[in-house]
Design a protein around this ligand. Structure first.
Ligand code: NDP
Length: 328
């Protein structure tokens, strides 16, 4: 206990500042579990928070980092004891409660998930919020009842964090996977993760017809806007689309035609406040089903001190797969 290193976002007259320095335990916010953070990650939302591009941070000063894995140091929560491995994603951590870009975090035990057996802290953060969200998408599609026998599954933003994990998970679950990407140079990478076919994302990016040729039975969309509208228009009758992202935009310039003429369903995915039972089920399944070689292939690692450098790159759509941050 004592001092620890952390990134801090603060408000300035012209926007926001980002500094890396030492903090004191007394600075930590309220919580019943104190964690030695071993790993964090860089998600798209972290890029927005670090740069101030969108108002993600809702309290200043703030330690950013929307997820972390670590080891419990002290706990008054009945579920956790010193030495336990834990994961945290969501719940406003890194937005309104101090987050994962720090060697120490104090949080509510109710927000934590036990590190599943067989998963290391580094692997948990290679998955991170992005991979866990990909699993929520797959679970939503399965819950809807759509199956690999019904046709292929499309993944948009396939080379990114959510997309890469979604490709690997869908392939492992028996789907024929169509990976939509703007990066033809990542073809080998995507085929290596289990994609069967590539689609140029430009073909989905502009305003299209209310209904298009039926091409996929299921989809995971991280892009939103015209892309999501076109994904819906190309979904087979009674198929489903899990929508979780807004890389192209937050708008949805679509028609109701796919819903009322083809029975297509749009499934919304929110990873931030997912209730505990579903959270634990998703993490247990990730530990069981996600191919570790695929996970290693999609992971790049940076030290905590270099997190700022990844922020602009992820917003530019230039990060491939997942970025793990080694913290302590
Ligand atoms: P990444 O930046 O890693 O991946 C996004 C990918 O989308 C890029 O790699 C790129 O893939 C593609 N892309 C980027 N810009 C555009 C564009 N203008 N038009 C079309 N495609 C584009 O981000 P994450 O995977 O971390 O997050 C993806 C999205 O999901 C974000 O919007 C994020 O906020 C959201 N999200 C939502 C969650 C929730 O709870 N609902 C949880 C986690 C993430 P390629 O180069 O292959 O085309």
């Amino acid at each position: 206990m004592g001092r620890f290193r952390a990134w801090v976002v603060d408000k300035t007259a012209t926007g926001q500042s980002l500094t890396f320095g030492e903090r004191d335990d007394a600075d930590l916010m309220d919580g019943d579990v104190t964690v030695r953070v071993t790993h964090s990650t860089v998600n798209y939302k972290d890029g927005l928070a670090l740069t101030g591009r969108s108002p993600i941070v809702r309290r200043f000063p703030m330690i950013p980092g929307i997820d972390f894995a670590g080891v419990v140091e002290t706990s008054t929560h009945p579920d956790y004891a010193p030495g336990d491995g834990v994961i945290l994603t969501g719940w406003g951590v890194g937005e309104s409660h101090f987050g994962g870009y720090a060697e120490r975090a104090r949080v509510k035990g109710d927000w934590l998930v036990p590190l599943p057996e067989g998963l290391s802290g580094a692997e948990a953060m290679a998955i991170g919020t992005a991979g866990y969200t990909a699993m929520l998408c797959l679970m939503a599609l399965e819950h809807h009842g759509v199956r690999p026998e019904d046709g292929p599954a499309l993944v948009t933003g396939a080379s990114g964090g959510v997309g890469s994990v979604a490709v690997a998970l869908l392939a492992r679950a028996g789907w024929r996977v169509i990976a939509a990407t703007g990066r033809a140079t990542e073809a080998d990478y995507l085929f290596g993760l289990g994609a069967n076919e590539l689609l140029d994302r430009a073909s989905l990016a502009q305003a299209g017809k209310p209904l298009a040729k039926e091409r996929w039975a299921a989809a995971v969309d991280v892009v939103g806007s015209h892309t999501l509208a076109n994904v819906l228009a190309g979904t087979k009758a009674d198929g489903a689309v899990a929508a979780c992202g807004l890389a192209q935009g937050m708008d949805l310039p679509a028609s109701v035609a796919p819903f009322i003429l083809r029975g297509v369903s749009l499934l919304g995915i929110n990873s931030v406040t997912t209730p505990q039972p579903k959270r634990r089920a998703a993490w247990d399944r990730l530990a069981r089903d996600l191919d570790r070689e695929a996970l290693a292939a999609m992971t790049t690692t940076v030290p905590l001190s270099e997190v700022d450098g990844v922020a602009e790159t992820i917003l530019a759509g230039d990060v491939r797969g997942r970025t793990v941050v080694t913290v302590s």
